[in-house]
Ligand binder design. Sequence first.
Ligand SMILES: *Cc1c(COP(=O)(O)O)cnc(C)c1O
Length: 361
Amino acid sequence: MRVYNFSAGPAVLPEEVLQEAAAEMLDYQGSGMSVMEMSHRSKVYDRIIKEAEADLRELMQIPDNYKVLFLQGGASSQFAMIPMNLMKNKVADYIVTGQWAKKAYQEAAVYGKANKIASSEDETFSYIPDCSDLPISEDADYVYICENNTIYGTKFKTLPNTKGKTLVADVSSCFLSEPVDVSKYGLIYGGVQKNIGPAGVVIVIIREDLITEDVLPGTPTMFRYKIHADNESLYNTPPAYGIYICGKVFKWLKKQGGLEAMKEYNEKKAKILYDYLDESSLFRGTVRKEDRSLMNVPFVTGSEELDAEFVKEAAAAGFVNLKGHRSVGGMRASIYNAMPIEGVEKLVAFMKEFEKNHTEA
Ligand SMILES: *Cc1c(COP(=O)(O)O)cnc(C)c1O
């Protein structure tokens, strides 16, 4: 029996996609083998990766002057790869809105001067700072954000004013959850394990002028965007099976009506949960309302014992992975693209029942 999986990542995938992959496991479209077993240089695999890229380009309306790279090492590998490739002046500005942005910032400091130009750490990352007029460094190579903060449940609703500098964004946990204007970014990347596919694959969408030979001395070949761009993500063996699943998810998203439709659906889903959190006398959300994420919804009861009891009872009822991140405590429901609306409705019904049983009449 499938459960309602509220994990922050690796996370729920569309059941249809899993079933299709299962059906193709032993014999992918007459090839007589699994996608896991085939050469990444074969014609049949070439079609898989090319179609995945074409579908992603269509979904996100990626302009022609951007390259799409399917890489590995997860989102975390990009924490180093970005400065190694983009820090021409060895200066970059970081907006620190959570643990993932902080890790990226700390990694960049290994390679150059990383400036923390804004942070919300003073209030446990429960809000997005005002980024309309930040002290952007004159010689900054880029301005970095984590667009959706998986752990804390906040999201940038407006992009920062970078004062003309290149914007770099980690979109791991909001990838393909709503339309984006790719042209506003120099580089967008995301680990796919949150909203798209199996862990390990990271997708980088990068404007062509940022792909150069001029990288920091000592940058490993595998960490150069140019080598992957020149080889169309096939410089070495890519995470072939993972990319195949991503491709299936792209097709699934197209069938759902694309990113406009996903946004509408995601807003509807999140509203059910947030509306309840706002009216509940037991549960409450932990972040500033205007910065709430559509994907990750942290909440607490105010009592650690009750939080633990809730997580336990919820799991027994088939709502799993609701425990909050160890740095925040409480609960977190991640309601990515593939979480059906019934999952959220049933979770809220369960929360109401729990509230009734645990508050004095
Ligand atoms: C999960 C996550 C990461 C790290 O992803 P890995 O694939 O484990 O490296 C980075 N950034 C954000 C926003 C995430 O949610």
